[in-house]
Design a protein around this ligand. Structure first.
Ligand code: F58
Length: 832
């Protein structure tokens, strides 16, 4: 597909450019009706909205496809050229239609074309089910990055897994989370282009055997036990207004024919079908764990499956036939999105040594240059390890290769640090305790040109703590690339009102050059601009009010400050701290301690999914829902405090919610949130942040200025010091009257219909454990929230701060992140 035909085409048609359907209403209507009639097989008159949506999506796809083919043709013509291969187990894409329409400048044409067919395009837009092929920040980051790579015209290809079921759909039953399967493919996959004819075999299991090669050298060979087939699905990734369309290639697993045939011939039909299911399970479902990966065998199968398909695909389809693998470092750099694809390192070694007959040293020299690794965490329990026993059973040849990589690495270490056996053991790729296992982060670090963290503080802590031994050995290998978000989706598409205001003020170049937002600074003192800016916020609040009413039957009160905390539910993110704040606000109102007329009316919106097996997180969800129910029903706080927790927070909801927010909650314990990317989206949409000195909050505050950010809580060194001293949450409870009242009110069963048992586990943990020090930061948080309230009372000043947040956060464009990777890690050339 990327590689051309082997002989010169004879027909003149084969030499001409690809013909796109015309960019006119008429042309679009024609293409649409063609898809509807001959693709869906229905006439317009009797077509359903699903038919119409699918035909519309396929029509837009055909425009993309023309550009995709053209992009590929140009790339072929400019070879050899170094590319980046982005390897990620997750892509949290969000809906595709809007993005494709605006990238290709087809929005008006498509809207008018639908109108000509008697269809409101808005109705069709609502039909799209977002592909939720990711858990949270890491998956959404990958989606932002591929958008930016296309917009920068970077020669790149992204690889991942086409999960049949993405992140679960969250529902609440009696306030408790219940997970439903996300059957995103059930009404078709109009954006995917399948290529079932291009099968990639992937092997597993079996054993290795030694043999002597023709050259007299002793070698190892893998005799696999079983295998599956990888099927290719291409998704098009359009750049913004630049004609480039890149590829996201997702793999689906299918049983091998040979496997089936063998069993069919043995006459066991049922067993053959079972084998099929077994193979297809590999791409069946996204693991819904966030932050703490589960060491499940199927997960390792998924990882190897997509990595093996991707490397094979790159070598055989993207590289020209007969190219010399010794040139690989000049042709590709694979970016490892966390440790999930790290098995790619021994896989490339296996291909070079076993299949291309390279000497070990030469193969290792090449392999080390072909990878770079991004770490997304600081939680020690989140660093992936795989039991050696499992690795040996599933990937015996890879285990051998890992052993040899480790052996040579440890030899080097003993030379560099004679006598320091403790250090050698700490750094080893193989851990001995509590179980012999492979430390994937160590393997990644040893096998990569660069290792990066995702925000300045995080990268520093990686060097100083998590991978300290490695950074001492190889200081130049470590670097930082601060995360970013795509302004196309998270401003232009999600906030058309703000987009209009910015464009009428500074022109439209900012969408692909976000630093230009700085030009808005001059307007922060302009009363007229402030007025318009407030009108944008008000309109976005109206919009989210409509969305939540329709989507969930939630009636948001009007005229409130909108205080939003949306992210995965995790103890380190401290939704519990936010809860304590709400209880305190509520308590102040019902106790008569404050005059209701004097407090700023506030609506708190939560959005959060908990990993299905994460008990404490699920208890927290139940408690938030319980508090919401009680608070919202209490006439004493009506019009002053409201709590909303719409279920199933996803990209589609984020796009409506974030632009409406006044206050962005980024309250993780310092040193635990690697970066955060929601924090960037809120600031860019004119919300002020209340946050700790953590992750990218640090950089946001530096850029927007202390006076435009509500900082609270301990910083990382203070946290470390307190933990070293011995943290005792009970002390804070005893000594802080506000805190005691809030916790006592929860413990009394006030929010759970008098049921104390329903909250005892949560309260017990808070008082005796509180792993993420929520109680220690409570007083400081409360004080910061009081500052927020005072600031919000002065709407002119608040507007100024909000405008400055927008104007000063252009740095957080994922275009800038991608340029950082390109310049400092990948060293590739862009052609746009
Ligand atoms: C997130 N990690 C970080 N992991 O928590 C966040 O601070 C950062 O902004 C973001 O990455 C992007 O760099 C994250 O989302 C996961 O979801 C993994 C999924 C697979 C299991 C382990 C966690």
């Amino acid at each position: 597909h990327e590689t051309g035909p082997t002989s010169e085409p004879t027909s003149p048609l084969a030499r001409g450019p690809v013909i796109s359907p015309p960019h006119t209403v008429e042309g679009f209507v024609k293409a649409f009706l063609h898809e509807l009639n001959f693709g869906q097989g229905v006439p317009l008159a009797t077509s359903s909205q699903t038919d119409q949506y699918l035909a519309l999506a396929r029509t837009v796809r055909s425009y993309l496809m023309a550009r995709w083919l053209e992009t590929a043709r140009k790339r072929r013509a400019s070879q050899p050229q170094k590319m980046v291969g982005y390897l990620s187990a997750e892509y949290l894409l969000g809906r595709q239609l809007d993005n494709a329409l605006s990238a290709t400048e087809l929005r008006e044409v498509a809207t008018d074309a639908m109108k000509a067919c008697g269809i409101d395009i808005e109705d069709l837009r609502a039909q799209e089910v977002e592909p939720g092929l990711g858990n949270g920040g890491l998956g959404r980051l990958a989606a932002c990055f591929i958008d930016s790579l296309a917009t920068l015209g970077a020669p790149s290809i992204a690889y991942g897994i086409r999960y049949e079921f993405g992140i679960f759909r969250q529902t609440f039953v009696d306030g408790r989370q219940v997970e439903q399967p996300d059957a995103w493919l059930s009404s078709g996959d109009p954006w995917g282009v399948p290529h079932p004819e291009l099968e990639v075999p992937v092997n597993f299991g079996g054993h290795t055997e030694r043999y002597v090669g023709e050259d007299g050298r002793e070698r190892s060979r893998w005799v696999p036990g079983w295998g599956v087939i990888g099927l290719r699905y291409n998704y098009m990734v359009p750049g913004y207004h630049n004609g480039v369309v890149n590829t996201l290639r997702l793999w689906r697993a299918r049983a091998t024919n040979a496997f089936d045939l063998h069993i069919f011939n043995a006459g066991d039909y049922a067993e053959a079908v079972r084998a099929q299911t077994f193979a297809e399970n590999i791409s069946k479902v996204l693991y819904p764990e966030d932050s703490t990966p589960q060491g499940k065998e199927l997960r390792l199968q998924q990882q190897y499956f997509f990595v093996a398909c991707s490397i094979k695909d790159f070598l055989t389809h993207t590289m020209p036939k007969g190219f010399d693998v010794r040139e690989l470092p000049e042709r590709i750099i694979f970016q490892l999105n966390d440790t999930h694809p790290v098995i790619a390192i021994p896989e490339l070694m296996r291909i070079l040594v076993d299949e291309h007959d390279l000497e070990w040293d030469q193969a290792w020299g090449i392999t080390k240059q072909c990878f770079a690794y991004t770490c997304h965490t600081l939680l020690p329990e989140a660093l992936e390890v795989w039991p050696v026993s499992l690795m040996e059973r599933l990937l015996p040849r890879h285990m051998e290769i890992i052993y040899r990589i480790n052996e040579e690495f440890l030899d080097d270490l003993r030379e560099a640090y004679p006598g320091d056996e403790l250090r050698v053991r700490r750094m080893s790729i193989i851990a001995d305790h509590p179980e012999r296992s492979v430390r994937m982060a160590h393997l990644a670090t040893v096998g990569s040109v660069k290792v990066n963290g995702v925000a300045a503080l995080h990268s520093q802590l990686l060097k100083d703590k998590v991978l300290n031994d490695f950074s001492e050995l190889w200081p130049d290998r470590f670097t930082n690339v601060t995360n970013g978000v795509t302004p196309r989706r998270f401003i232009r598409q999600s906030n058309p009102a703000l987009t209009g205001l910015i464009t009428e003020t500074i022109g439209k170049g900012w969408v692909s050059d976000l630093d230009r937002l700085a030009e808005l600074q001059a307007y922060s003192d302009d009363p007229e601009f402030r007025e318009k800016f407030r009108a944008v916020k008000a309109a976005n609040k109206e919009r989210i009010t409509d969305v939540l009413a329709k989507r969930d039957g939630i009636q948001l009160p009007q005229g409130h400050m909108l205080d939003v905390m949306v992210k995965r539910l995790h103890e380190y993110k401290r939704q519990s701290l936010k809860m304590l704040h709400i209880v305190t606000l509520y308590d102040r109102l019902i106790s008569g301690e404050v005059d209701p007329a004097s407090v700023t009316p506030r609506t708190v919106v939560f959005g959060a999914k908990a990993a299905p097996g994460y008990h404490m997180a699920k208890e927290t969800i139940f408690l938030i829902n319980s508090i919401a129910k009680t608070v919202n029903a209490d006439p004493r706080v009506q019009g002053r405090l409201f709590v909303a927790f719409p279920p199933n927070y996803n990209v589609t909801l984020a796009e409506k919610l974030i632009p409406a927010a006044d206050l962005s909650e980024q309250i993780s314990l310092a040193g635990k949130e690697a970066s955060g990317t929601g924090n960037m989206k809120f600031a860019l949409n004119g919300a002020l942040t209340i946050g700790t000195d953590d992750g990218a909050n640090v950089e946001i505050r530096e850029l927007v200025g202390d006076e435009n950010f509500f900082l609270f809580g301990m910083d990382e060194p203070a946290v470390a010091e307190l933990q070293a001293r011995g943290y005792r949450p009970g002390d804070y409870y005893e000594s802080d009257a506000n805190l005691k009242r809030a916790i006592d009110l929860i413990a009394s069963g006030h929010f759970t219909d008098g049921n104390r048992d329903a909250v005892s586990a949560f309260v017990g943990d808070l008082l005796s454990n509180d792993r993420f020090l929520a109680l220690a930061d409570y007083a400081s948080y409360l004080e910061a929230q009081d500052r927020v309230e005072a600031a919000y009372a002065d709407q002119e000043e608040w507007s100024r701060k909000a405008i400055l947040n927008v104007a000063r956060t252009g740095f957080f464009s994922s275009d800038r992140s991608m340029r950082d990777y390109i310049d400092r890690i990948w060293h590739i050339k862009t052609n746009a």
